[in-house]
Ligand binder design. Structure first.
Ligand code: ASP
Length: 584
């Protein structure tokens, strides 16, 4: 028996017990005649004491020769500590050691394995197995386990069946590039790793599974923006014989369950917002509604004066920054520089101070009088003491820019509180999205999303205006899930592929299996998928997902611990009938 107890459980009720512990040496304090060792395992830390008077001299010497992270087994008696540590559960006791066995020695670790470490991100990733011994990472993984456990409990209770779908498949168009895997047995042919199990879950509905879920890895070969992973996990779900309302209720239920079980928070019915309103009021399809600062459109009150910049703009729009009138001129200039950075890309920013006495002072006083500015204040909801920030230009661009400014200012003002949770459904997304680069429409969600039935005709005349029964679940300004009601008949699906620029032959080659299935009695169905990594991070009150993933990849998509990706040898290439044609 390696241990009778773990390092986190002994308390004063165990005093005088003979116990055996095993774990890692975290810290050694050597006073010569007495040595203390902090012994760590997954469950906590227990203090060991080696004492000349009460144990043997050889034992003390053994303890003095221990190194950090040695793996040891100790036997001894639980005794009361002279100076107690109220901060840890085992803080009242220590173990007077009578036997010490070194199970394995350890090289000096490249960083300190404590809550606060001296190791930078890179080194911690290279030695991730050491990093995982630290509480912040270990606890995040345990937290993730709890969340997935609750997801499984809840969905199982609601009658969902977890079904695994294959990883070696054919391309699924979720808007990213596929990772491909060459097939040795089928020369010159490739599998694609799923960007999501989308088509399979729909086939499961045709198969009559009715309520499906899966906690599943998905793979997307995208340029990695901050905090994205090339492989990530979804809670993927699908239901048959449902309407949009059924899906919203089912997964609002799941989210509410998680907030309650994990965070102890009860949330009322989730508010709903139309996509068009989200864009108009927040410039963003995933608005953070923990705070106000809603957009006020100013075209009607700011155009047709002599200010050319506004007159030529498609949209003039502003936000009121609470208490912003206290900003100095220098601080406002800095804000202007901030919106002009290439990442944001605004050409400039007009501002208006709302003085405590009800008067206004703007950067464009030449063109606007007090009455005009009062209308700006009314449109943006600005109060005395606030600052109105106004951007103008192309509608879509300006909304994105002002949204970035809104989030930045809210962050600075401490309005994005991690312990406050504001879920929101954003509904009625457009079916299609125009892409300037390829000069055609793309599916905004994916090509299996159904247009709103009453708008199918509109597809012919104004495709960009057609909305879908597609929805996103937003939590604190993050999209944590998204889905749609699907097309379930062959004709509409064929029509959709046609709009998306597939020839009938291409559509058949890529998705023939799905359209075939639709001919054999496909039930009406729909679903959604949650991004598990992000969901866990948000429930855990963090914005970065990496600590919640045991072995994450870095921003270049590399696993620096195992050093992947890596070249393969010629023999392997040969076997796969592959020849490299490297660009450099
Ligand atoms: N497959 C979709 C996605 O990955 C989710 C869904 O429509 O259910 O975003």
């Amino acid at each position: 028996m390696y241990r009778s107890h773990n390092c986190g459980e002994l308390t004063s009720t165990d005093i005088n017990k003979e116990v055996t512990l095993a774990g890692w040496v975290q810290k050694i304090r050597d006073k010569g005649f007495i040595v203390w060792v902090d012994l760590r395992d997954r469950y906590g830390i227990t203090q060991l004491v080696f004492d000349e008077e009460r144990t043997s001299k050889t034992l003390i010497e053994q303890a003095q020769n221990l190194g950090r992270e040695f793996v040891v087994q100790v036997k001894g008696t639980v005794i009361e500590r002279a100076s107690k540590n109220p901060n840890i559960p085992t803080g009242d006791i220590e173990l007077l050691v009578s036997e010490l066995n070194i199970l394995n020695e350890a090289k000096l670790p490249p960083f300190t394995i404590e809550d606060k470490t001296d190791g930078g991100e890179d080194i911690r990733m290279k030695y991730r197995y050491l990093d995982i011994r630290r509480n912040p990472v270990k606890n995040s993984l345990i937290f993730r386990h709890k969340v997935t456990q609750e997801v499984r409990n809840y969905l199982s209770k609601e009658g969902f069946i977890e079904v695994e779908t294959p990883y070696l498949i054919k391309s699924t168009p979720e808007g990213a590039r596929d990772f491909v895997v060459p097939s040795r047995m089928n020369e010159g042919q490739f599998y694609a790793l799923p960007q999501s199990p989308q088509t399979f879950k729909q086939l499961l509905m045709v198969g009559g599974m009715d309520k499906y879920f899966q906690i599943v890895k998905c793979f997307r070969d995208e340029d990695l923006r901050a905090d994205r992973q090339p492989e990530f996990t979804q809670i993927d779900c699908e239901m048959a014989f449902i309407e949009q309302e059924d899906i919203l209720n089912a997964f609002e239920g799941l989210t509410r369950h998680l907030l309650k079980e994990i965070n102890g928070i009860e949330v009322e019915k989730f508010p709903r917002m139309l996509y068009d309103d989200a864009m108009r009021l927040y410039g963003n399809d995933k608005p953070d509604i923990r705070f106000g600062m809603e957009f006020g459109e100013l075209n009607a009150v700011a155009q047709h004066k002599d200010f050319k910049v506004f007159n030529s703009a498609e949209l003039v729009v502003g936000i009121a920054v609470p208490g912003g009138n206290s900003y100095t001129r220098k601080e406002i200039d800095k804000l202007i520089d901030w919106v002009k950075r290439p990442q944001i890309g605004a050409l400039g920013m007009v501002y208006c101070r709302c003085n405590d006495d009800g008067s206004f002072k703007s950067s464009v006083d030449k063109f606007y009088d007090q009455d005009d500015l009062a209308k700006w204040a009314e449109a943006t909801g600005a109060k005395p003491g606030d600052l109105i920030c106004v951007l103008s230009g192309d509608k879509n661009k300006v909304r994105t820019q002002l949204s970035a400014l809104r989030m930045e200012l809210a962050e600075r003002l401490g309005l994005r509180k991690p312990d406050e949770f504001a879920p929101l459904w954003v509904m009625d997304f457009p079916l299609l999205e125009w892409d300037d680069e390829t000069n055609r429409y793309h599916a905004m969600h994916h090509p299996f999303t159904a247009p709103k039935p009453e708008q199918i005709e509109l597809l012919k005349t104004d495709p960009g205006a057609v909305k879908a029964n597609a929805y996103d679940l937003v939590l604190n300004g993050n999209e944590i899930g998204g889905g749609s009601i699907r097309i379930h008949d062959k004709e509409t699906q064929a029509l959709m592929f046609d709009y998306l620029g597939f020839t009938p032959e291409e559509a058949k080659a890529q998705f023939g299996f799905l359209m075939d299935a639709f001919q054999y009695g496909a039930p009406p169905h729909g679903g959604l998928a949650f991004g598990l990594d992000r969901l866990v991070a948000i429930l855990g009150g963090q914005e970065t997902i990496r600590d919640f993933i045991a072995f994450p990849k870095n921003n270049a998509g590399r696993d620096v611990m195992i050093d992947a990706p890596a070249p393969i040898d010629d023999e392997q290439l040969n076997e796969l009938s592959l020849k490299l044609n490297l660009k450099q």
